[in-house]
Write a protein that binds this ligand. Structure first.
Ligand code: UDP
Ligand code: MG
Length: 316
């Protein structure tokens, strides 16, 4: 018997939150109008998370798990969960109770009204640092401005998706997976549910600044070609400046032979300016080429060390 609902929860060192997480999610599961499978994806946790998940699996047959052989990152953990889901309706939520499971029935209600994607949109972030709120706020707005698909602002991965959408996501071969972006890219009928983002239940943020920055660069490069055009614009600008300079220098040479503009400082500035324009351009190119290289290698997205509740032992 296939479950009607699949809930996916990525877990990275969440031993302090797992019990409470399971308690709150299973209360919601009990109230659903069909069978639910709860898929924990252990993203190479170094604490007791996987032992706790195994215990859940032994006590509760609705709980399944996938355990990575190392830390592959949140987006890949969600991807793995999506690959293995069997339900008609799929819900993705964070493992730290920042995404309240109690919102799921409301999301299902929207799905019944005919929406294939129901994403939760943060109207308030309680108790997150001003730095996090500021960077998140500006990032979502820059992304909205630059991206070729309309990615709604202030939405995370907390969402409900119809099977149809998940099949499409699973068929996408790319390895730089910015799930929120891909989810918008597919189209269909999508709607938002506003919610207040609770503070983390326990433990530290697992998205370090480095991981967040990598995700931000990834999403920009995956969903926009504008950065590539920046080098063209910079090039055009410096060409225009150079032209202007030549005309000026010629003019000064003819009228005032001792003009300082023809001196050492002018040359140094020109060299430094051009040098930086070129390096920035090469850097931007590199971001894209590095991703092409990643795609071409075609390595599996993750390696599984252990699974519970699934037939397959390993998947590539
Ligand atoms: N997470 C993960 N792999 C990672 C980092 C985070 O699976 O490398 C999980 C983490 O356990 C949590 C979710 O992703 O369930 C969101 O992480 P976190 O709460 O640290 O980030 P934020 O709330 O800032 O988005
Ligand atoms: Mg969190």
């Amino acid at each position: 018997m296939l479950p009607k609902y699949s809930f996916i929860i990525p877990i990275y060192n969440e031993e302090e939150t797992l019990l409470e997480m399971y308690r709150r999610v299973s209360t919601v599961m009990d109230r659903m109008d069909g069978a639910v499978e709860l898929i924990f994806v252990n993203d190479g946790s170094r604490d007791r998370s996987i032992q706790i998940i195994r215990e859940f699996h032994q006590q509760d047959e609705r709980v399944c798990y996938l355990s990575f052989a190392r830390n592959f990152g949140h987006q890949i953990a969600v991807t793995a969960g999506l690959n293995f889901t069997r339900g008609k309706v799929i819900v993705v939520l964070d493992g730290d109770l920042q995404d309240p499971p109690e919102l799921i029935p409301d999301m299902v209600e929207k799905w019944r009204q005919g929406y294939q994607v129901v994403y939760a949109q943060r109207i308030k972030r309680s108790k997150e640092s001003w730095f996090k709120r500021f960077t998140a706020y500006s990032f979502y707005r820059i992304l909205k401005y630059l991206a070729d698909v309309d990615i709604p602002t202030d939405t995370g991965d907390f969402c409900l998706m119809d099977r149809q959408i998940v099949e499409l996501l699973n068929a996408m071969p790319e390895r730089n997976r910015y799930i929120r972006g891909l989810r918008s890219w597919v189209g269909f009928r999508q709607t938002a549910i506003p919610f207040e983002r609770d503070p983390r239940f326990a433990g530290d943020v697992k998205y370090t600044f480095r991981k967040s920055l990598a995700l931000a660069v990834n999403s920009l490069v995956s969903f926009s070609k504008v950065p590539l055009r920046i080098s063209t614009y910079l090039g055009l600008l410096s060409a225009a400046l150079a032209l202007l300079m030549s005309v000026l220098i010629l003019y000064w040479r003819l009228t005032a032979p001792n003009s300082p503009l023809t001196g050492f400082a002018a040359i140094a500035i020109a060299i430094l300016f051009l040098g930086s324009v070129q390096l920035i351009s090469i850097g931007i190119l590199g971001e894209y080429i590095g991703r092409i290289y990643e795609e071409v290698k075609g390595r599996p997205l993750y390696t599984l060390a252990d699974v519970g509740g699934f037939e397959i032992k390993t998947k590539s």
